[in-house]
Write a protein that binds this ligand. Structure first.
Ligand code: GTR
Length: 335
C-alpha cells in the first residue's frame, strides 16, 4: 500500500514537472482561468525599434504575471491610425500602445512643450527632461484624458523631406506639407510660410505620389520604413523637433490592476524603453544609409539659426501659460 502511494506520488511529481516544462516552453499552456487579454497598438512594423520594444514589454509582463496578463501587439496600424487609436485607448477598447506625443497636443497641454521646435540640444538633453520633471508633468495631463504613461521612447530628430530640394526657410514658402493632427504643427509650418495639411501617417505615401502634398517631415527611420523616400527624394536635415513617444496603458485597464501588477508593468515598460532607445540609435544610422544608397539627396542644414529665429510666434502661443512657460524654462536650464 505504502509502495503504491509512493509510486503514485512519484508519477504525479513527474507529471507536474512535465507540465511545468511544457508551460515554460509554451506560455499559453499555463494560462490561468482569470487571464486577461490585452490588445496593443503599434503604427510601425513589428521589426521597427518601437515594435520590438512593445513586444518585449508584452513578454515581460506575461512572464512576470505568470500569464495572468497576456499581451498581444497589433503592428502596422492594424487597429487603425493614430488619432483613432488614441480615442480607443481613452475608451478602453485598446489596452496599450506606443504613441508619438504630437497627436496629444490638442488634448494634453504639456505635450506641446516637448513638441516645440529647436528645444532640445541633443538626445541626452531630451532624456534628462522626459525621464524627469517634464515627463511627470506630461504624465499628469495624459492621465487626465485616460492615458497612463509608463515610459518614454525615442522619437528621433524630425526633418523636412520633399519632392524638391529645401535649403533655406525661403524654400518652404507655399510648400504643401503634411503634418500630424496638432495645432502646434500647423502654426509651426505657417511660421515658415508653408501650407500645412494634417493627414494620417498611412496616407502620406499616396498623397506625395499624387501631388496632394509636396512634402512631409519625419525622422530617418520613418522616412525609410514607409518608403516615402521613393516619392520624396530630398531630405533636408532641419531637425526642427525631437518630440518623444510614450508607452502607455489605458486608464480603464490600469484602474483594475493591483499595486503588484502596476509595479510589474512599470518595470517592464522601463526595460522596454531601454531596448527601444538602444535599437533606435542604430536604426537612425542604418535608415540614413539605406535611403542614401537608394539615391536620396540628403541636404545638410549646417546653420539652423535662420529656421529657429522664425519660431518665436510658436513659443508665444504654445508656451503661453505660466505652467508651460515654466516647463520650457526648466528644460532650457537642464545641464
Ligand atoms: C513617427 C511616429 C509615429 C507617427 C508618425 C507620424 O515618427 O513614430 O507614431 O506619429 O511619425 O508622423 O504620423
Amino acid at each position: 500500500m505504502k509502495a503504491m502511494r509512493a509510486i503514485r506520488a512519484q508519477a504525479l511529481t513527474v507529471m507536474r514537472a512535465g507540465a511545468l516544462a511544457a508551460a515554460a516552453l509554451l506560455p499559453w499552456a499555463a494560462t490561468p482561468a482569470t487571464a486577461q487579454e490585452w490588445r496593443g497598438w503599434n503604427i510601425h512594423a513589428a521589426d521597427y525599434p518601437n515594435g520590438q520594444g512593445l513586444d518585449r514589454f508584452g513578454q515581460l509582463v506575461m512572464q512576470r504575471t505568470n500569464n495572468r496578463i497576456r499581451m498581444r501587439t497589433y503592428h502596422s496600424a492594424q487597429l487603425g491610425q493614430q488619432d483613432e487609436a488614441i480615442q480607443q485607448m481613452r475608451l478602453g477598447s485598446i489596452d496599450f500602445g506606443n504613441f508619438n506625443l504630437s497627436p496629444f497636443n490638442n488634448l494634453a497641454p504639456s505635450t506641446n512643450v516637448v513638441t516645440l521646435p529647436f528645444l532640445f540640444r541633443n538626445v541626452a538633453h531630451l532624456h534628462a527632461a522626459i525621464d524627469g520633471a517634464t515627463g511627470e508633468e506630461i504624465a499628469k495631463d495624459l492621465e487626465a484624458i485616460g492615458i497612463i504613461a509608463l515610459a518614454w521612447y525615442d522619437g528621433g530628430a524630425r526633418s523636412v523631406y520633399a519632392t524638391r530640394p529645401i535649403r533655406t526657410p525661403a524654400d518652404m514658402r507655399g510648400l504643401k506639407i503634411r503634418v500630424q493632427t496638432s495645432d502646434l504643427w500647423i502654426d509651426l509650418m505657417r511660421a515658415l510660410n508653408a501650407n500645412p495639411t494634417p493627414l494620417p501617417f498611412g496616407e502620406v505615401f499616396t498623397s506625395l505620389q499624387s501631388g496632394v502634398i509636396d512634402a512631409a517631415e519625419n525622422n530617418f527611420p520613418s522616412y525609410e520604413s514607409t518608403r516615402h523616400f521613393e516619392v520624396a527624394r530630398f531630405y533636408s536635415t532641419t531637425e526642427h523637433s525631437n518630440v518623444p513617444e510614450v508607452l502607455a496603458v489605458s486608464r480603464q485597464r490600469w484602474q483594475r490592476l493591483n499595486e503588484q501588477e502596476r509595479t510589474i508593468l512599470r518595470d517592464a515598460a522601463r526595460e522596454s524603453a531601454a531596448l527601444q532607445r538602444q535599437l533606435w540609435a542604430e536604426r537612425e544610422r542604418v535608415s540614413r544609409q539605406r535611403v542614401e544608397a537608394a539615391g536620396v539627396t540628403v541636404i545638410e542644414i549646417a546653420d539652423r539659426t535662420p529656421w529657429s529665429s522664425l519660431m518665436e510666434p510658436v513659443y508665444a502661443k504654445y508656451a503661453a501659460t505660466p505652467r508651460l512657460a515654466g516647463m520650457v524654462q526648466a528644460i532650457r536650464a537642464l545641464p
